[in-house]
Design a protein around this ligand. Structure first.
Ligand code: GDD
Ligand code: MN
Length: 373
């Protein structure tokens, strides 16, 4: 070349892609890359940070590291949230032979990665899982007795559904061949925190799992994102897998929220009638509005947590939701009345109206209110 520089040689894909889901982990990005580099000597690797547009600038931190080190890439997802879905996207962006998943907060022990890779290279297992509960492992980093109890309860529940012998099914630290991940990807629920459980339950035939011990460290920077809703999502994942994905999980969540809404409605109605002796029509309208608002808030936080509306879109969504559910209520009453007029028992007529109402509300709000991006 004229300028004296030689043509760069483009290397093929690395052997291992380390997928790192991260949300508000800015301070952990560079130290984690340094640790991966130290741990993975002699192995061709890359790191794929998958950030959900964290306000703390995690994506910028990952890009800054990537600008100096081509092995580090970043996927920035806008308008979406979720650990499991972030892992799926990161793994599907890889061309490596193996995909490893590790938390972005350095609580997992990256020095165990070569041992995990060795198991896969030897063809001894389909999935290698980092476990806190085998000889040599530990969970000291799990903050507080409450978190530990919760974790043990979760493990016991998950073990009912999973092949025996897995001591740490809740682990978010594991490695598997990318080809296997690609095969399972279309079946994954992708909800919540527990992508490993999702993978294991999505396999048509039981997978051969090996565990490698590791000590769960305590967090140095940032904070945990696990909360009550994450646990509800875990229950949802197990239900979804038991139903073989026949009924959309979102529909179940939407219907459950609808049931809570009925409770809210009756409570407000009772209070308005008994407490404030309002006219029935007024009390009923008030109860309807309060129940709709409550349903909207719950759906926005739970059912559509990954696409939660905020700011201007929140107000637009609220208004649209009221409109959609208002029409749903009219359809509900219309159907029930028609059936009742045709001599159907009142309970059957009422239930049919309610089912039509909830299906309508679900279908229309899924396409208009939370329409994803
Ligand atoms: N992209 C993205 N989007 N990343 C997320 C999200 C999200 O919505 N929520 C959490 N993360 C990232 C965090 O930034 C962190 O890197 C990792 O996922 C784990 O989240 P934590 O909030 O630190 O979880 P934890 O410490 O309570 O539990 C973790 O460790 C357990 C023990 O192995 C989880 O990974 C569990 O799945 C795991 O079992
Ligand atoms: Mn953590």
């Amino acid at each position: 070349m004229k300028d004296g520089l030689s043509t760069p040689v483009l290397a093929g894909a690395p052997e291992v892609s380390v997928v790192v889901p991260c949300y508000n982990e800015r301070a952990n990005v560079a130290p984690l890359v340094a640790r991966l580099d130290a741990a993975l000597g002699g192995i061709a690797w890359e790191a794929i940070f998958v950030d959900d547009d964290s306000p703390d600038g995690t994506a910028e931190a990952a890009r800054a590291v990537g600008a100096a080190d081509g092995r580090v890439r970043c996927i920035r997802r806008v308008g979406r949230r979720g650990l499991a879905s972030a892992v799926i996207e990161g793994a599907l962006a890889s061309s490596a032979r193996y995909v490893a998943v590790i938390d972005g907060d350095m609580q997992h022990d990256e020095t165990r990665l070569p041992a995990m890779l060795a198991e896969l290279r030897a063809g001894e297992a389909d999935v290698v899982v980092g476990s806190r509960h085998v000889e040599g492992g530990g969970e000291a980093g799990l903050a507080g007795v409450y978190r530990q109890r919760l974790s043990h309860a979760g493990i016991r529940i998950a073990q009912h559904f999973l092949p025996p012998g897995l001591t740490d099914p809740m682990s978010g630290f594991f490695m598997l061949p990318r080809a296997l991940f690609e095969r399972l990807a279309p079946r994954l629920t992708g909800q919540g925190f527990k992508i490993l459980v999702d993978l294991l339950l999505s396999a048509p035939a039981p997978l051969r799992v090996r565990e490698v011990a590791y000590r769960f460290r305590s967090r140095e920077a940032g904070e945990s994102k696990l909360d009550v809703l994450v646990m509800a999502q875990f229950a949802g994942l197990l239900i979804d897998k038991q139903l073989h994905g026949l009924v959309p999980l979102r529909f179940l969540a939407f219907a459950a929220v609808g049931l809570i809404g009925v409770g809210v409605h009756l409570a407000v109605l009772t209070l308005a009638r008994e407490g404030f002796t309002l006219h029935f029509a007024l009390a009923q309208s008030l109860a309807t509005i309060v129940a709709m608002v409550a349903n909207f808030e719950l759906n926005n936080r739970l059912t559509y947590r990954d696409q939660r509306l905020r700011g201007v879109r929140l107000w637009r969504g609220r208004a649209l939701f009221m409109l959609v559910c208002g029409l749903g209520a009219i359809a509900n009453i219309g159907i029930a009345r028609m059936l009742y007029a045709e001599n159907t028992t009142w309970s059957v007529a009422g239930a049919a109206g309610a089912v039509v109402g909830v299906v309508w509300n679900y279908a229309v709000s899924a396409t208009l209110v939370w329409r994803g991006r």
